[in-house]
Write a protein that binds this ligand. Structure first.
Ligand code: KG4
Ligand code: ZN
Length: 403
């Protein structure tokens, strides 16, 4: 089946079309089209994502992104205007029009353009519309959800609400070594390590759809800590990639693998599987305050030491969980898995722990995208969690949605 998936939980407007087949044991996926418009340049000036601004941008971007994605998939078929009497090739009933207007009440800026689009384009050959329901910024989530509800109704397609974090987990099933994105059959129990801007979680996966959080951050998420440290080092939002670039420059230029400045490793030896990154961030702040002049080389050294501390804590707790639950597959997910040091260190666990397989998403699918929503949508479809297009009323954005 072909799934059109929509992601608007934060500052990326993303739509994909994926083809999926097979069951839970042997599902196969192919990316047909994948489009992302990032709002980073817009939010940069505020040093973070501004929810109302994100919502406005999603409202503006969704239809163009949809059309671009359909075009890439060769599914954008405009009506031929040969019939002079009825100019509209695909008329929409008044009843449907009213329902769409109601759904898009809060995104009224896109109502007319969407209706106009639907009237003038053939319904694409897709089988369902999937969308991120949460977690994320609620105003941003709502925009994608309402757009998806309207599309499902206009096209008469089933609707699949998806958990963003499940998307981050399942996207690493597109095995990086295989360009055609073949499925990697995984062995259970598996362990998910979710590292994003809002989450740091260890998730025990006994089987697909059976998730249990066994460890999590007690304060800041890893990505958040990266972004805050970046701000302290006067780096632009989103700072994660920039901190990691500085850290890399430190190890390349200085040719030293340890730094002279020392930061704490919070909760490294605590008996649980939880994390804490707020203290680490504060330690960076105090360190910076003590330094008379923050030169580029000192910045690099701090970035390096910060990354070292993060990786050490993440590795130790993950290994502990692997041993405790006799994990056979480790699945990493979330934007922070774009970090090279994290990728290298976690891939290395395959060599250190016998029988362990480690899956990490391709870099392009580490940060938010809609391919992951399509894949998670297929899993939800296999699990029977789909809604009729006219029964989506109860679906609400859930900013704190749990796995
Ligand atoms: O998953 P994601 O795209 O969005 C959320 O769902 O939160 O994750 C975004 C987070 C941001 O905090 C960003 O700074 C961080 O991922 N990030 C990185 C890197 N690339 C993105 N952190 C460290 N190193 C990177 N290379
Ligand atoms: Zn994310």
């Amino acid at each position: 089946m072909k799934i059109l998936a929509i992601e608007t939980s934060c500052d990326e407007t993303a739509i994909s079309i994926i083809e999926a087949k097979g069951d839970f044991k042997n599902p196969q996926f192919k990316i047909i089209a994948d489009t992302i418009i990032s709002q980073i340049n817009l939010h940069k000036q505020y040093g973070g994502v501004f929810p109302a601004l994100a919502q406005r941008e999603h409202t503006k971007n969704l239809l163009p992104v949809l059309m671009e994605t359909l075009e890439k998939a060769k599914m954008l078929t405009p009506a031929k205007n040969t019939n002079k009497i009825s100019k509209l090739k695909f008329p929409i009933s008044n009843e449907k029009r009213k329902k769409v207007e109601k759904i898009l009440e809060r995104e009224s800026a896109m109502t007319e353009s969407l209706l106009n689009f639907a009237e003038n384009h053939k319904i694409p050959k897709i089988d369902a519309v999937a969308v991120t329901q949460g977690p994320g910024l609620e105003p941003a989530l709502w925009t994608g959800i309402n757009f998806a509800k309207a599309l499902a109704l206009l096209w008469d397609k089933p609707f699949i609400p998806v958990n963003h974090m499940e998307g981050h987990l399942v996207v690493s099933l597109l095995k990086s070594k295989v360009v055609s994105s073949k499925y990697q059959v995984i062995k259970f129990p598996a362990l998910g390590l979710l590292l994003s801007g809002g989450h740091t979680e260890l998730v025990l996966i006994k089987n697909w759809m059976k998730y249990k959080t066994i460890g999590q951050t007690r304060d800041d998420a890893v990505g958040e800590a990266f972004d805050k440290v970046a701000r302290m080092l006067s780096l632009e939002y989103p700072g994660g990639p920039k901190v990691s670039k500085l850290a890399e420059e430190f190890s390349k230029n200085i040719k030293r693998q340890t730094s002279n400045c020392k930061l704490p490793r919070p909760m490294l030896n605590s008996p649980d599987l939880d994390f804490s990154f707020s203290g680490l961030k504060t330690a960076v702040l105090y360190m910076i305050k003590k330094i008379p002049k923050l030169t580029p080389s000192i910045k690099k050294e701090i970035a390096f030491e910060f990354e070292e501390a993060v990786v050490e804590v993440l590795l130790k707790k993950t290994i502990k969980a692997i041993e405790k639950y006799k994990i056979k597959t480790l699945i990493l997910g979330g934007g922070v898995t774009a970090n090279d040091k994290i990728r290298k260190n976690f891939l290395n666990l395959e060599k250190e722990i016998e029988g362990l397989e480690v899956l990490i998403p391709e870099k392009q699918h580490s940060t938010d995208n809609a391919v992951m929503i399509g894949i998670a949508g297929y899993f939800r479809y296999l699990d029977g969690k789909i809604l009729e297009p006219n029964k989506t009323g109860k679906i609400r954005a859930d900013g704190n949605m749990r796995l």
